[in-house]
Design a protein around this ligand. Structure first.
Ligand SMILES: [Zn+2]
Length: 135
């Protein structure tokens, strides 16, 4: 029998390693989700993290009996993301540029919606590029 206690443990990819896939407004809720998941499954493995149809999407490898519990946490965080501006973290909702009936969707607050509609805001590698505010 090999002695597993001395074998190097591969570090699974977790939320902090991929958090810069989405905007700064969601970093706080991602950090919270990470700690909640760690409390339940310390070695949880992140499969995918990104933005889809304006909201946050997180996929974690399901781990036995904890699958339902982790799913509940993730669902709550995804729902929260759709009420949280991805640019700045203020209360927001899923909108399109200029509130057009179709087009790219993003969760934005009123202030960021105007700037984003005017193509003054974009998210690159987890940071907001462009003019962060008109103030
Ligand atoms: Zn905003």
């Amino acid at each position: 029998m090999p002695d597993h206690s001395t074998a190097p443990v591969p570090q699974p990819v977790q939320i902090p390693e991929r958090a810069d896939t989405v905007g700064p407004g969601w970093q706080e809720l991602l950090g919270r989700l990470h700690h909640q998941l760690r409390a339940m499954v310390p070695g949880y493995r992140l499969v995918d993290l990104g933005e889809k149809f304006g909201g946050l999407r997180v996929h974690v490898e399901s781990v036995g009996d904890d699958g339902d519990a982790t799913r509940t946490l993730i669902t709550a965080a995804e729902a929260e993301s759709m009420r949280t501006c991805e640019f700045c973290g203020a209360p927001g909702r899923v909108r399109t540029r200029e509130d057009a009936s179709r087009g790219w969707r993003k969760t934005v607050c009123d202030t960021c919606h105007g700037l984003w509609s005017a193509h003054h805001l974009m998210i690159v590698n987890g940071a907001v590029r462009g003019r962060p505010s008109e103030a």
